[in-house]
Design a protein around this ligand. Structure first.
Ligand code: ARG
Length: 418
């Protein structure tokens, strides 16, 4: 057993206290690992702080590229949104952090990793299931789950050991940020009846204060991946940052979600996800044009399963590998351009085109140029309706007790009233 532990370090109060606590409680040398997933932070200050509060070593890893290529874009291709509301920002970043914790533990010869999560949330599940999948031999320590200190006591502990207590501690919210979105919880948000106060938001303007003119944005996809915005080729990171800024300015991407946590608690979460909102909407619009009815129907179910597994920390599972392979194969022709209109909090798709579009003007039009032969419809309907007709003859539609008025209004009266 080495005496080193790698701690996922955010620079906040809990993980700063954890550095000291791991030393005091377990006599461990702490390697603080801070992962840059696109949260706007001053990483060199965080690094300095880790050392100042007692870390033996402080590392910052820029993981934005990995995050976009291996987590965000695959989830976008899958149309993954948890419970129809949450585009999974925090949830996608945790398996990446778990992977980096494990990598650093190997490099540094540490025999344990640690994180600052409490015992109520999803993040502890995501970190630990991830680490267990990748390196089951590593011990996992969760100081904030073990130490049993209240907020007040944590602050006192910090003061005692001369750990700077950030002014943001006065902020009543718990906030997590990455390129794909900003998650806000706690404080007054814990009352689901209370409207989120203005100070909850920082990436999005209130709709009322958004520009009075709409803006149009065109997003070009290549096999399900966004690569062009308004005619300009962009790398994934800049593209997402650009859309966060643009859509956020128009008030797009606010989510107020009563969400079901893995541990069985319902919680109230606010999200700001401007880029994710726009990209997910655009991607679905392009799929509507390029996938068949059956592919769309099946993919919708896959999307739900995919979102559930990401949310609940099963990134490194076999199911994920299977679903990801399906999703990948579904994107072969999801190439094209989607045009959206952003205006005062809304983002609406107003146009779409694709080289492999399944939309046929000749088949769809009611004007001249119509290529659809309505003569086929008659025979089709006879065949399509055959089982219904057969069934209705043997099992009369209005027969079931109490259902007659719903199924075939008037039938009962005629039969009984004669
Ligand atoms: N409820 C969200 C999730 O489970 C957000 C969690 C935010 N995490 C945090 N440490 N504030 O993904």
């Amino acid at each position: 057993m080495s005496d080193k532990v790698v701690l996922a370090y955010s620079g906040g109060l809990d993980t700063s206290v954890a550095i000291r606590w791991l030393k005091e409680r377990y006599g461990l040398k702490v390697i603080a690992l801070t992962v840059d997933v696109g949260n706007e932070r001053d990483f060199s200050t965080i690094e300095q702080k880790a050392l100042r509060v007692g870390a033996a070593k402080a590392l910052v890893k820029d993981a934005k590229g990995l995050f976009v290529d291996h987590f965000i874009f695959p989830a976008l291709k899958a149309d993954a949104v948890y419970e129809g509301q949450y585009p999974l920002a925090t949830a996608l970043s945790r398996p990446l952090m778990a992977k980096l914790l494990v990598d650093v533990a190997m490099e540094e010869g540490a025999s344990a990793v640690a994180h600052g999560c409490t015992g109520k949330g999803n993040d502890q599940v995501r970190f630990e299931v991830g680490v267990n999948a990748l390196a089951p031999e590593l011990k996992i320590i969760a100081p904030a789950r073990e130490w049993g200190m209240t907020r007040e006591e944590t602050i006192n502990y910090a003061r005692r050991y001369d750990i700077p207590v950030p002014v943001t501690v006065s902020s009543p919210y718990s906030i997590d940020e990455c390129l794909w979105g900003r998650s806000i919880e706690c404080g007054v948000l814990e009352d689901p009846w209370v409207e989120p106060p203005a100070d909850v938001f920082s990436w999005t303007r209130p709709a009322a204060e958004a520009p009075d003119e709409p803006v149009y944005v065109e997003i070009g996809f290549d096999k399900g991946i966004p690569v062009v915005v308004d005619g300009k080729k962009m790398d994934g990171i800049s593209l997402i940052q650009h859309l966060n800024e643009l859509a956020g300015r128009h008030g797009v991407g606010r989510v107020d979600h009563i969400e079901d946590r893995v541990v069985g608690i319902k919680s109230r979460e606010i999200y700001e996800a401007p880029a994710a909102t726009v990209l997910l909407r655009a991607h679905l619009a392009l799929e509507a044009l390029t996938l068949s009815r059956e592919q769309l129907r099946f993919k919708e179910r896959v999307a739900q399963e995919y979102a559930n597994l990401v949310y609940s920390g099963l990134w490194f599972s076999g199911l994920h590998q299977n679903l990801a392979a399906y999703v990948e194969s579904s994107q072969r022709f999801v190439t094209g351009t989607v045009r959206l209109k952003l205006f005062k909090g809304s983002s609406v798709v107003v146009g779409r085109k694709a080289p492999a579009s399944l939309y046929s003007y000749g088949l769809a039009t009611y004007d001249k140029g119509d290529e659809f032969d309505p003569g086929y419809a008659e025979g089709f309907i006879r065949l399509w309706g055959l089982p219904v007709r057969t069934q209705a003859q043997v099992q009369p539609v209005a027969e079931a007790e109490g259902l007659s008025d719903v199924m075939a209004p008037g039938t009962k009266r005629k039969r009984r009233g004669g």
